[in-house]
Design a protein around this ligand. Sequence first.
Ligand code: MG
Length: 253
Amino acid sequence: MIQLKAPEEIEIMRKASVIVAEVLAELRAMVRPGVTTEDLDRMAEELTRKKGAVPAFKGYEVANRVFPASLCVSINDEVVHGIPSAYRVLREGDIVGLDFGVRYQGFYGDAAITVPVGKVSAAATELMKTTRDALQAAIEEVRPGRRIGDVSAAIQATAERNKFAIVREFVGHGIGRRLHEDPQVPNFGQADRGIRLREGIVLAIEPMLTAGGPEVRVKEDGWTAVTSDGSLSAHFEHSVAVVQGGPYVLSLL
Ligand code: MG
């Protein structure tokens, strides 16, 4: 069931999402060769608690598996849900996905970016740009009267036009008093299908594209999703409210 948010609830979600965006901006500035993914995780948690919020992913449970960290850090062929580690060091040429969420005054915010480490390949840059463009095209569809299929189709069209594959196993989601709410927001689909968007719906839209095939598998740690063919993957996410007058991107600074 879709939980509609009142305007004052959306404003609390805006504050939660700004905290997410501020933390991601700090982490982006930290990204360089030699930094460990645990360094990023520790900074994310510290900054969040200083701002009076709680990291949303730490302790998050799916089918009896508990996510052990505040930040998901997914490098190169890792698509999403990478677990930070003191032994995982960023290297020149990597691309690193940072996915972060917080709870603040009873509401969640969720966003993700993919960041180059030093100088990266032209192919990696193109993949990141297309994934960001796909998210932007999807955000343009977040208006009263449009449908979920319009959002999904915008992502698919952007990916296919640029010859990148779409990961289908993971989807965007509604967000609010819970991190994951209805409706699901697939990263592929047909325009003019699915539920109709109306004021008060808030969506976390999160395209994941790869430079190879669309297939993914989950590693032995039970969390980290990687591309089956080892190809690069990028992920961008924003929390976006449906309001009169156009998309309201809550996680934009
Ligand atoms: Mg999300």
